[in-house]
Design a protein. Sequence first.
Length: 79
Amino acid sequence: MKTTRYFREQVLVKRSYLKEEWIEKILRNPLKKEIQSEERIRFWGYVSEIGKYLRVVTLEDGETVHNAFPDRNFKEYKQ
């Protein structure tokens, strides 16, 4: 998994419970995907092990992970 220096040195220090397998699964099969204004990409997925939705933010390449955190405001919309 490709990551930014910020992710390795800041995010994983604050959120040491994050697992690479959760992030990779969300990137492969997100519930929702959205491009931010600065070209970063947001992916959401549900992690049953923690009972929360996780937001994963990548760089514009869609694979280099920059941030990941539980998103308590995410609502899964049924279509």
